[in-house]
Design a protein around this ligand. Sequence first.
Ligand code: FAD
Length: 451
Amino acid sequence: MPPIAARDVAVIGAGAAGLVAARHLRREGHSVVVFERESQVGGTWIYTNKTEPDPIGVDPNRPVVHSSLYASLRTNLPREAMSLREYPFVAKKTGHRDPRRFPGHREVLEYLKDYATEFAIGELVRFDTEVSRVRQGENGKWEVRSIKRKEEEHHLDEAFDAVVVCTGHYTDPRIAQIPGADRWPGKQIHSHNYRTPEPFRDQVVVIIGSSASAVDISREIASVAKEVHIASWSTSNEEDQSLPGYTNIWLRPMVEIANEDGSISFQHGFKISADIILHCTGYKYSFPFLDTKGIVTVDDNRVGPLYKHVFPPSLAPWLSFVGLPWKIAPFPQFEFQSEWIASILSGRISLPSPDEMMKDVEAFYASLQASCVPKRYTHNMTGYQFEYNDWIATQCGSPKTEEWRKKMYSAASLGRKERPETYRDEWEDDDLVLQAYQDFTKQISCKGETY
Ligand code: FAD
């Protein structure tokens, strides 16, 4: 076995991914600095009622609000399936904690803070510090330029052996391209800037998209709005179809054109007069600080080329990304990816050659194309997150995903689809909950040995 090397590693972001990356890097013996522009850990899970002045987020110079959470948000995965493998997300019945199985967003933030405390990650984090530039110097080291809030005129340049990017991808809105939208007189907003339903009272609202957020937000808005029309590609009917159980939500085909007289025309000829378009159309990957001289690009929401969504082949393992895939249980996947990165940086395990990695990436892209998967779905892991996680586990020689977790994830996905109003409070997988807690109990009882 070659000796294990300790590296100087910069982690950008102290959301869930950055915390997990920092934990695994340090456990492997690396020196870690985490840069975080906010003043606390938690990333997305730090709720704020602040919104951006540009409600659809097209102005590149707008002040950025990181989190896209709305006030009423509860998790769409049960806490056991969301849970980090190393630090169980168990219900705490004390004080201000939310013991529900699908808890509100504050509980997730508390959990991440607990995790950071448990593994003393806070001491690695430089808060209020934004990374403004990352590039590879001529000596091969990575230069990280950072700026401390309130000291904007001073920046600090430091060199690291490696950089792990953990900056999240739910901040930069993606907008539906609606013909005529620029001349349409109504208001437009992206769900990134949605917090509460009150501004929609008595309004006629057109919601674009059918994501998890669209499902929650449409129902919440319908409690105060006059009418809610949900436009999506998956609705092709020509008839009026109200959502079962609601008198003021309609499912519509996609919007065809927004008209100057304030009306909206949908495909197949239906037309309404509307006040607000709410874009629930997802987000763009964005790394404004990253200068790889064109090696890593974001093209139609494909971040690439990346070997297994983590390493750019020609810069590996010195540049890596944690947390790019979606349609997954994110927290446990962050653990798999982080352990892999930490072990490769130390030399405990190795990567294929850059050429071999590039061939793998090209074969992956070709398989997407052959299956007619659009480029923007490159990091959509529907149907194969556990296979992917288990592949990494095999590389690292660590345990694969628990069977209960796989089944629980499927049960939750089905619940969301079949019972969107009730799945968070009624379920049928208590047997899996029991198995999860049996695992958690083992984990907690041998905690002293895990770090
Ligand atoms: P983030 O949490 O976004 O953290 C990124 C961090 O990087 C932030 O703290 C940010 O300030 C920092 N940062 C960014 N740029 C810089 C810079 N240049 N310099 C310094 N710091 C920087 N997941 C679930 O498991 N269950 C759910 O129910 C669930 N619901 C969700 C609902 C919504 C509305 C959204 C948007 C997401 C949801 N998610 C859910 C997914 C969620 O994003 C992940 O759980 C996870 O929090 C992502 O963590 P992250 O660390 O990758 O990104």
